[in-house]
Design a protein around this ligand. Structure first.
Ligand code: HEC
Length: 104
């Protein structure tokens, strides 16, 4: 019985953990960012390489608190998208950053 309860708690916790891939999809980010190819926006791979080892800075960018480093000439297009994510709670922004950084 105790084991079953522990499993239920574990499963419940997983369901509530922030899912970066799901956030990326639900906020429409995927329409401009492909995993490997540059389209309207740079590929996730290119972004992950630019932000390798700089997760804190990526989270800051997503909050609208840091300047772009990947393709500043197109910054205006991306800046408009930040309204979708910049006020998300930290755990969701961390999950989103983890998802992006996985593409390196
Ligand atoms: C309408 C197209 C479009 C959508 C939608 C979009 N982006 Fe972008 N994104 C761009 C463009 C263009 C750039 C290149 C400009 C730049 O580097 O800021 C970019 C750049 C970025 C960068 C690199 C920033 C840097 O340092 O240069 C990140 C991170 C990013 N996007 C994340 C996201 C996330 C997360 C979402 C979903 C909320 C999203 N984008 C939605 C077009 C888009």
């Amino acid at each position: 019985m105790r084991k079953l309860l522990a499993m239920m708690v574990l499963a419940g916790g997983m369901a509530f953990a922030a899912d970066g891939a799901a956030i990326f999809k639900s906020k429409g980010c995927a329409s401009c960012h492909q995993p490997n190819a540059d389209t309207v926006g740079p590929s996730l791979k290119k972004i992950a390489q630019a932000y390798a080892g700089k997760k804190d800075q990526l989270v800051k960018f997503l909050k609208g608190q840091a300047n772009p480093i990947v393709d500043p000439a197109k910054a205006a297009i991306m800046k408009a998208q930040l309204t979708m994510v910049k006020s998300l709670p930290d755990d969701q922004l961390n999950a989103l950053a983890d998802f992006i950084l996985k593409h390196k």
